[in-house]
Design a protein around this ligand. Sequence first.
Ligand code: SF4
Ligand code: SF4
Length: 103
Amino acid sequence: MSSCNNECGNNWCCRHILGSTDKAGAKLLQMRNFKVYRDGDRYLCIGTKKCRHLKDGKCKIYMDRPDVCKGFPNSSDVSIVPKACPLKDRATYVLEDLEEVKL
Ligand code: SF4
Ligand code: SF4
């Protein structure tokens, strides 16, 4: 199975935090500048934050990166990737298919 080799060209996943929560949690995160999307009862939240291990476009701990990074996007309960990602078929959501909600 292939793994991420930054084919999107901008290390998108290493520069974002994402997760799912309930409406109350999503509201708090939105106040902290996370973008929020909705899928039924699930609120998907994306924040912008560069991983401290990303330097000059490369993961500085690549061989020892956490399992969640090694297996992304199918290692997470919820994974969101942009449509430029060649691994998007393994992700739970494609960013461009989601509609942002204001809470
Ligand atoms: S540890 Fe490496 S692969 Fe994981 S998010 Fe950070 S820079 Fe990306
Ligand atoms: S969007 Fe795809 S190619 Fe880009 S960093 Fe994430 S998993 Fe890798």
